[in-house]
Design a protein around this ligand. Structure first.
Ligand code: PLP
Length: 417
């Protein structure tokens, strides 16, 4: 329904309007009435609270054992510079002459080359740097989704993927992942969810919080279903890149012409402080739409973020080697603890930095996590932040000692309550 509110003798003419014809009508009306300024009030600008981010904002600083963290043991700037073979003191002093301009609007050539090198079939012009993966996801969804569309999102996942399209007014259809299916998408269910109005299917691969990784055959099945309705696939791949044996992990951007991959410096590069993420796609439509919006919400990424991200990408093998060791060791610590603790169960994560652990206590996950941080200083993330009640998310990619001690404290807590 179109609602027109005209406030005479005031500067603004507010309207909520969908059709272009209506816009013309309003402008004509404004001109007749001599009103020169007007703006549009969006019909549906409400967005739900981002549960996991709110939880971290509220409790992260209270943690003694931070197992809410999802980044692999964050590096210092000095560590990164040293790893690149340079002297940190000299290098940092040399930065003082760097001019703080907007610099390369679309990202430096070094950055774009480095990001493209994470894929098999991507060239630098198909890369858009963004303000973290959070900025990249936001830009993709806001650029591509309209209220008339429907969008399929896996659950559990990062909340952006269902709450942003919902806030736009698009219909969101949930593709539930279950432990019975190792938290992998059920292709039959997906097929039943799509139709000709499905604009996008969004997945998180590896998945946060479950740590599942979609195998190539299942992924090809998803591509086939998307292709049958001409839908895009947005794959949030912030945890992609470090397999246990060092082998290549397939990206949606490499295998699907309408695939959109989102990546970031935060998790597998251990450099969340850079706030550098990216969008990658072979679809010109996507690149064009995101660039158009980017002028409004990003302009360019920070010069220093670009510089240090380029440095990390040029030395990615060394960083991955460092981080692979942490992941393998800590996954084993977690697995041993689960096997020795009858009060909990899980599907062992195969990738990423998190696991969804179910506990055998009759207590809502939010209440349990609040008591746990207050009584033992251990920070987990309630399963309710992912609509997965009866579970907690454990980030296990922090240092091994913190993980061991935090898990022991949790066992103690479970036996006390
Ligand atoms: C799946 C997923 N996507 C995106 C983000 C945001 O990452 P960034 O720090 O790059 O903005 C996170 C952070 O937790 C995440 O888990």
């Amino acid at each position: 329904m179109t609602v027109i509110i005209i406030v005479l003798n005031q500067k603004n003419l507010c309207y909520n309007i969908n059709k272009i014809l209506d816009v013309v009508l309003i402008i004509n009306l404004a001109m007749i009435l001599g009103i020169t300024q007007y703006y549009k009030m969006e019909g549906n600008m409400k967005i739900r609270t981002f549960k996991v981010e709110q939880w971290m904002n509220d409790y992260e600083n209270d943690a003694i054992y931070n197992l809410g963290e999802t980044c692999i043991d964050s590096m210092t700037l000095g560590e990164l510079i040293e790893l690149s073979g340079q002297n940190p003191d000299k290098y940092l002093v040399s930065l003082k002459d760097k001019r703080m301009t907007y610099s390369h609007i679309y990202g430096s050539p070094e950055l774009l080359d480095g990001i493209a090198s994470l894929y098999k079939n991507i060239v630098p012009s198909q890369v858009i740097p963004a303000h973290g993966a959070v900025g990249a996801n936001h830009q993709v969804i806001m650029s591509m989704i309209e209220p008339k569309d429907n969008m399929i999102s896996v659950m559990p996942t990062y909340q952006q993927h269902y709450s942003i399209p919902e806030s736009i007014g698009a219909e969101v259809r949930i593709l539930q992942l279950t432990p019975e299916n190792n938290f992998l998408p059920d292709l039959k269910l997906l097929k039943s969810l799509v139709d000709e109005n499905t604009k996008m299917i969004t997945i998180n691969n590896p998945d946060n919080p479950t740590g599942s990784w979609i195998t190539d055959d299942v992924m090809m099945g998803i591509v086939e279903i998307a292709r049958s309705v001409n839908a895009y696939i947005l794959s949030d791949e912030v945890y992609r890149g470090i397999s246990e044996d060092g082998s290549y992990m397939t990206s949606i951007a490499d295998i699907y012409e309408k695939g959109i991959s989102v990546g970031s410096m935060s998790k597998i590069f251990s450099l969340a402080g850079l706030r550098m993420g990216w969008i990658v796609s072979r679809s010109e439509e996507v690149i064009e739409a995101c660039r158009k919006r980017r002028d409004y919400d990003t302009i360019s990424c920070g010069v220093l973020d670009d510089l240090f991200a380029s440095m990390a990408l040029a030395n990615k093998e060394m960083i991955f080697e460092r981080n692979r060791k942490i992941l393998i060791k800590n996954r084993e610590i977690l697995d041993q603890w689960v096997n020795e603790t009858p009060e909990v169960s899980y599907i062992k994560p195969v990738a990423g930095t998190t696991a969804l652990v179910y506990y055998k206590k009759d207590m809502p996950s939010y209440d349990l996590c609040v008591r746990l941080i207050k009584e033992k200083g251990v920070l987990f993330t309630p399963g309710s932040c992912f609509e997965m009640e009866g579970s907690v998310r454990i980030g296990y990619a922090f240092d091994s000692m913190t993980l061991r001690e935090g898990l022991d404290k949790f066992t103690e807590f479970l036996r006390e309550i």
